[in-house]
Design a protein. Structure first.
Length: 196
């Protein structure tokens, strides 16, 4: 069994990763990271994912998997983007972040509310070149928050092909279609190679 440390202290994210990964990679055990949080000062999702994965690999000596993700609104030039978790000024204040984004888009007509979630995964195996992949989930921003599943911006994100928000879809659909699911599908070959 190969152990891979998941470089996050976010319990929601860790659970989502374990649900998405499921049985896709036999012989792989995902373990939680309990080390120090590095400063995420990269200017892209990929740079921040790599910072976290390198820090976890260095701290534990294990292969490390990290993600950086966020919501990108087209009319806002891709913002909040890498600032999604602290859009309202305080890291992790999901309700304030969500409300600020709704307020900023309040006058925008339906056709100007397109957006996408992006997730970038970085796999760092000590002594090897890192593997970086991206998953994108297109959709739009709803006018009001709806739904009790999920976290972050899920209650205001309506994925393409759905009428409900990501928070109304439930974990089965989300774990099959989301940006993280798409990024995981892209990283699975590298994880399988590591596990074999």
């Amino acid at each position: 069994m190969v152990r891979v440390v998941l470089a996050t202290h976010n319990a929601h994210k860790a659970l989502e990763f374990q649900q998405i990964l499921g049985d896709a990679v036999p012989g792989l055990e995902i373990v939680r990271y309990d080390g120090p949080e590095p400063v995420e000062d990269g200017s892209t999702f990929a740079a921040n994912a790599l910072i976290k994965a390198r820090a976890a690999a260095e701290h534990t000596g294990l292969p490390a998997l990290a993600d950086d993700s966020g919501i990108c609104v087209d009319v806002m030039g891709g913002s909040p983007g890498i600032f999604s978790a602290r859009w309202a000024g305080h890291h992790g204040d999901a309700e304030a972040n969500l409300q600020l984004l709704l307020d900023q888009l309040s006058d925008m007509p339906e056709g100007s509310r397109t957006a996408h979630f992006t997730a970038t995964l970085a796999l760092v195996v000590p002594g090897e070149e890192p593997v970086i992949v991206e998953g994108v989930w297109p959709g739009s921003i709803a006018r009001h928050a709806r739904g009790g599943h999920g976290h972050g911006y899920d209650p205001i994100f309506v994925p393409e092909g759905h009428d409900g928000t990501a928070a109304e879809l439930g974990p089965d659909v989300k774990n099959r279609e989301s940006h993280r699911a798409r990024a995981f599908a892209a990283i699975v070959p590298a994880l399988r190679a590591l596990a074999s």
